[in-house]
Design a protein around this ligand. Structure first.
Ligand code: SF4
Ligand code: SF4
Length: 317
């Protein structure tokens, strides 16, 4: 499968949870763009010259009122892009159902994170099942949870509840200070049971190293922050490398060619699962299939390259 061009957009820092293992420190977990800045983001997305998957993260996107009031409707009305979201699924059910209805025909992935410090697996799964029933049938629902050292019995119990509901748990190795957490032997045995043998990036996030492999981060994938800054990937940003420019300043540009990964850890599975990394198969998803091979003829230039693109950036295909 060809690469799925993807932008991970941190729509806000605001979050209604305060997980002890959050990779974002509390000082950064605040704020959201102004209504004018939201319009600038939408203008930027409307001007992109090809179809992207816009995967929205936070913070917690649903905790920012502008997410459902303006961002989701704006992406649907003004752009051709696929809409994906990472959420803790704590929003009221009525809001989640509205999201599922609004995004029919446009939804990619809902990554629902089960945070056992803030919710029970039973109530979380109940909501996830209701969402599954309402969301676009070609979209993909994944249930993530962080493998916190010393707390894995609770994850094993939660997995049973998730699987009994016909859903799959996506375990994520816990990240600390740019590396991964240490696990006792007992924990490691439980992790083996949770992730299976040699898990692929669409089965579990083991935060591997792809050092030396050719990667299209910065070319067909980037991370966009709520302040408009674009970075080639999360790890690059951590090292203050891979800065691509700023949406509000009209300076965002992608790199022209792939380059070998220089980092010891790839903490997020989005680049791998979207086909950005040499030798790593992209995840097969129904929502991508209908767009393969058809984007060029489906999307007339007049729709894709309005003047606004020239005003807000030069992010060329
Ligand atoms: S829900 Fe996500 S963003 Fe919010 S505190 Fe927990 S891990 Fe961090
Ligand atoms: S492999 Fe991962 S860490 Fe390395 S450059 Fe690509 S996205 Fe970044």
């Amino acid at each position: 499968m060809k690469r799925q061009p993807t932008i991970e957009w941190q729509v806000c820092g605001t979050c209604n949870y305060d997980c002890s293992y959050c990779i974002q420190s509390k000082v950064y977990r605040t704020g959201h763009p102004t209504p004018e800045q939201v319009e600038q983001f939408l203008q930027f997305f409307a001007g992109l010259p090809k179809r992207f998957e816009i995967k929205m993260t936070g913070g917690e996107p649903f905790a920012f009122r502008g997410f459902m009031d303006r961002i989701v409707p704006g992406l649907i009305e003004r752009t051709p892009h696929t809409i994906s979201v990472l959420t803790n699924l704590s929003a009221p059910l009525s809001l989640i159902e509205r999201f599922a209805t609004l995004t029919q025909g446009r939804l990619g992935v809902v990554s629902a994170s089960l945070h056992l410090e803030f919710t029970s697996p039973e109530s979380f799964v109940e909501k996830a099942v209701l969402l599954r029933a309402k969301m676009d049938p070609r979209s993909h629902l994944t249930i993530n949870t962080v493998l916190v050292p010393g707390r894995l019995s609770a994850v094993l119990a939660a997995r049973d509840i998730v699987e009994q509901a016909g859903l799959k748990l996506f375990p994520q190795i816990m990240k600390i200070d740019g590396g991964t957490a240490s696990y006792s032997n007992e924990d490691q045995a439980m992790i083996a049971s949770l992730v299976g043998e040699k898990p692929t990036p669409d089965r579990a996030n083991m935060a591997p190293s792809y050092k030396g492999k050719l990667c299209y981060a910065g070319v067909d994938y980037l991370v966009l922050l709520q302040n408009g800054d674009g970075w080639s990937c999360r790890t690059a940003r951590r090292f203050k490398q891979g800065f691509l420019g700023n949406v509000f300043a009209g300076t965002l540009k992608q790199w022209e060619s792939a380059s070998p990964c220089p980092y010891n850890i790839c903490p997020c599975t989005v680049p791998a699962n979207r086909g950005m990394i040499e030798g790593i198969s992209a995840a097969q998803r129904k929502y991508q299939q209908e767009h393969e091979d058809s984007d060029e003829k489906e999307l007339p230039d007049a729709t894709l390259i309005p003047l606004s693109r020239l005003q807000v950036g030069d992010f060329r295909a």
